[in-house]
Write a protein that binds this ligand. Sequence first.
Ligand code: A2P
Length: 335
Amino acid sequence: MKKNPTVAIVGATGAVGVEFAGCMERRNFPVGKLVPLASARSVGKTMKFRGSDVPVQELTEKSFEGVDLALFSAGATISRKFAPLAVKAGAVVVDNSSAFRMDRDIPLVIPEINAARIREHKGIIANPNCATITALVPLWPIHKVNRIKRLIIATYQAASGAGAAAMAELLEATRAYLDGKPYQQKVMPHPYAFNLFSHNAAIEPDSGYNGEETKVIAETKKIFEDPEIAVGVTCVRVPVLRAHTEAITLECYEPITEADVRKILSFAPGVKIVDDREKNYFPMPIDASEQDDVLVGRIRKDTSDPTGHSIALLVAADQLLKGAALNAVQIAELV
Ligand code: A2P
């Protein structure tokens, strides 16, 4: 990789695309030239980067000439079509979509867990799903000390995971509700203001699991390189703008105490403990927003397991940062 690479952002006008640029700027990523790419609809818009307004260009098959690194977040269909073209043109791709995550030959990386896998890339490195990253950053250091046998996760996922249009819809729907006006949703399948609903990813009719849940299950096994880890998960969309929260119960192979977990997590990279029982102050999306760390609290024994092998947690992380753009930029830094 060149010292000052030319970096393309595919999906530059999207919720994650904007954060790619923000993370690179904040972390002094040595960008030589920035190439913001989006659909033809966005030609004429600009992307703010290091004090300048860089014009957004239309994504075409020729967009990757001279590009060294391409960060993709424009959905799986765009990634499937354009990421191989970017690689052919000589770029390394970090892809935030689900297009390549489960390909055997493509590393699926959370740097705090499996940074070494980056070396095996053949042009594309996949960024995991945001709900997966939020859960696994704090679970990995526990798993390394006392292997996790089973996970039960319930998510409380923000609008940002469905993109900028969903965030705008949450604001508009809330304003309409408060004004007593009718609102017809265009992005989400159900009313979003003062409501919550099962995650909008498609449901598999046979299993009853939705696409978000199957991603969390499969990606956990791949990233932990532990096909035996059992994962049960329910994904729910809540009317929060940009950070995901998750309730996690974990069962280990060996007995584990609350004190063990506190000790492990107090040294865990990318984790901040927020666990004040006296003040009833625990991880909240409002505190996780615009923060790099995954917040972890409500650390306690799971009383439904009298054998002492299980712990319950509440975690929250910024879906657009550690759940997406920050993780991708961390990968790019290692590349
Ligand atoms: P555009 O704004 O021009 O539609 P989000 O995840 O916030 O929904 O953002 C999706 C991103 O993917 C946007 O930057 C969007 O650009 C981009 N995108 C969507 N469809 C295309 C397309 N056909 N070609 C290029 N970029 C696209």
